[in-house]
Design a binder for this molecule. Sequence first.
Ligand code: NAG
Ligand code: NAG
Ligand code: NAG
Ligand code: NAG
Ligand code: NAG
Ligand code: NAG
Ligand code: NAG
Ligand code: NAG
Length: 784
Amino acid sequence: MTPPSVLMFVLLMHQSFSLSGPQCRSCEQTTCDCSGQNLDRVPAAPSRIITEINLSSNTLKRISKDDFDSYVSLQSLNLSNNNITEIHEQAFDMLTLLENLDLSFNRLENLSAEWFKHLSSLRHLNLLENRYTTLGQGNLFLPLRKLRSLYFGGLESVNKNDFSGLSQLEDVIFDGSKLKYYDRGSLRLTRPITHVTLNLLFPLPGFRSPVRDVLSDVVHPNTTLTFLDTWFFFSNQMIPFNVLSQGGTRNIVFKKVTLSTAACLAFINQMANSNLTKVTFEDVKLFLFFERIDEIPHIDQLEEVVFKNIDLPEFYSFPALIFLQPLLAVVSRVTVINCKMFLIPCQSMGHFSHLENIDMSDNYLTDSAFTEMMCDGEADLPRLQTLNVSRNHLLTFNGQIFAKLDKLENIDMSANKIHSLPETCDWPPTLRFMNLSSLRLTKVTSCLPRSLRILDLSNNMLTVFSIELPFLTDLYISGNKLTSLPDGGFFPRLVFLSIQDNNHQTLSESILNKYEKLETLEGSTNSYICSCDFVAFMKSEVAKHRVTIRDDFRLYVCDSPDAERGKSVRDVTLSVFECHTILAFSLLFLGILAVILAFAGLCRKFSILWYLKMTWTWLKAKRKPKLKKGELNFDAFVSYSEMDSGWVDAHLVPQLEQVQPPLRLCLHKRDFLPGGWILDNIMDAIESSHRTLFVLSQHFVNSEWCKYELDYTHFRLFDHNDDTIVLILLEPIDKDTIPKKFCKLRKVMNSRTYLEWPDDENQIPRFWQNLRAAIMKNESVSKI
Ligand SMILES: *[C@@H]1O[C@H](CO)[C@@H](O)[C@H](O)[C@H]1NC(C)=O
Ligand SMILES: *[C@@H]1O[C@H](CO)[C@@H](O)[C@H](O)[C@H]1NC(C)=O
Ligand SMILES: *[C@@H]1O[C@H](CO)[C@@H](O)[C@H](O)[C@H]1NC(C)=O
Ligand SMILES: *[C@@H]1O[C@H](CO)[C@@H](O)[C@H](O)[C@H]1NC(C)=O
Ligand SMILES: *[C@@H]1O[C@H](CO)[C@@H](O)[C@H](O)[C@H]1NC(C)=O
Ligand SMILES: *[C@@H]1O[C@H](CO)[C@@H](O)[C@H](O)[C@H]1NC(C)=O
Ligand SMILES: *[C@@H]1O[C@H](CO)[C@@H](O)[C@H](O)[C@H]1NC(C)=O
Ligand SMILES: *[C@@H]1O[C@H](CO)[C@@H](O)[C@H](O)[C@H]1NC(C)=O
């Protein structure tokens, strides 16, 4: 190897070494998803424009000083679920644009203020589930002026300066399950935090606990407090909630907690006379445990109670909802989602006198339970506006139980198993919204209230939809089997129509114009026939239509014609032929006709067919070996005008055929094959004759057939340049009357002597003698 190539090799080696570090397998443009790739080191940045890298679920242990040096554009970094124990103090120095940092689920023992020194753009920081027990030496988050959400946990102590500098916080998750020491005021920031999620142990009284101090720091009327992953068993565990009552808390969430009935009642007691307006129980396990049942107070401000995914292991021994009656008597909104609720007795419904909105989605309500709940149409719910029983087990539609709900505006019965509507129903005149989607309806009836403004009938099995709804503004009818759009005349006020995923085949300006007020349409995923009109309509300027097509144009796909099936309408280009078939075919037909006529005209004018034929025959003749005199049938073919036949019959034929030695003449009258094409006959005759005898006269020049004969011979003349022609001039003719095209003939006439029929009787014998001689002249003169 020469020295330069050694150098090259070394350089290449060096290059491949630096590339041989871990690589992230899935990078796209500015994003790398390297999660779960068993990486034990941070991969090199594939480019400097990477803004997001997901390194979660790998086996990283250490983050070194220069690991992120090339990630200068990084905005989002996920290092969660690794085994990180150590991060170099300057590891994040280059990440000045970083907004999102997830360090959760690692093994960090110490947090260092040095890491965050340059992260002035950081908005979200997740430090949950590590091994640190304090937030460093204080002022840890001081540079993070823009921090909006901070998740941290596992702390044993919180000190005064731990959160200094944080003023923009909106979302805090604080896992304080191990918290032993808390400096009062640490979390009291200048502005209330919108969402605070706390995982705190609420101990029995008598035990020292920082819970009260934490609560009194974060409490604020504008702060939603979520209690996560904890348990409340005894009533006196709830005493710290009086901090919230006094602090004016309005919104409390219990999430993933285990709650006893005793704790629940104690909570209500603590919050009596508070400003609590909404309480949510989500993913809660509720079990029966009563210590003592006092008079249960009202929470006067309470407006909304949400139960979501409640587990009641001992539901069979629950005294209905009676123990919650005081709570429920004042509320206007109750949500009970996915709580295995199968019945609310009519009697209990009687307590909900303030109820405006009840959502019982995703429970076990059956037809009879629903009828019972609505007290068979007699329920006293004077304020009820919204009734939601979606995703239950209703099989039939009871059209009589709503009539007395004077304020009812919205009904959601979607995702049940109802398969038909009664012919008639009684509705309060206030009804505006109805969701009947995801049922099994095959047809609609006039049960539908005429007062409706919004109707959702998507995902049923409707084949037609023709009910007049004069006030309807929004119609959702996707996922049915409609073969055409409903008649616009039925919906004079319709503004929005969603008719995706049906079987209708076309859209056009005129169809849409029947909807007088329609503004927005969603109509993708149908069996569109991509006709020219439809394609043109879909491609035309959207602004030109009154109706805006809102859904994705790529999903307007052709079902036919076959050539375009599966293509998006926007990608289809139909040819002029497909689009103006009749016009195009008419034009084409006319064009062809014109060409044919022109051709026919030309053929007629210039006898083109004849010339073609002539050429063909001539070519054929040329290829055949030249016949010897003896092999020819005739000595002479006589070409003459019919007008001169008298002379031919009277003089020529007797003189040549009957005088010894007789010559064999070919006369068209006598020797042409009957039935054959006259031109064929002429050419055959000329070909099979030794000489061609032209009887020239003024008649001859005027005769059509003679011209052809002359033509053909003339043609041969060019080729053979022989003297097969014998000219007899029956009467003097002006050479100029011979058409110009017979130039050769004229030349022949000029150069060669021709035989003139003499006026003088005495000359006649000599004429015949000359003629005979001309015909019988040695045939070998013809040269090729
Ligand atoms: C990172 O990957 C995990 C696992 O694939 C995923 O759950 C997470 O949403 C991703 N995070 C980001 C920011 O892409
Ligand atoms: C980071 O990845 C984990 C999965 O390991 C995921 O749960 C988490 O949501 C991701 N963090 C961010 C901020 O997306
Ligand atoms: C983290 O390290 C521990 C031991 O240090 C090991 O047992 C564990 O499997 C590692 N976890 C991962 C996800 O690599
Ligand atoms: C964390 O800090 C403590 C005391 O400051 C020290 O003893 C320990 O070694 C540190 N741990 C790591 C992993 O740096
Ligand atoms: C609390 O929220 C109300 C509106 O909900 C707002 O007017 C008020 O300024 C907020 N108070 C604070 C301290 O943010
Ligand atoms: C409860 O709300 C009322 C009216 O909004 C207010 O005057 C009162 O101070 C609040 N109570 C607490 C404890 O904040
Ligand atoms: C009914 O409940 C379902 C599920 O919670 C929800 O998606 C829907 O919006 C609710 N309908 C109304 C009208 O509030
Ligand atoms: C009707 O209910 C379904 C779910 O059951 C929901 O997805 C849909 O958005 C609702 N329709 C309207 C118009 O709110």
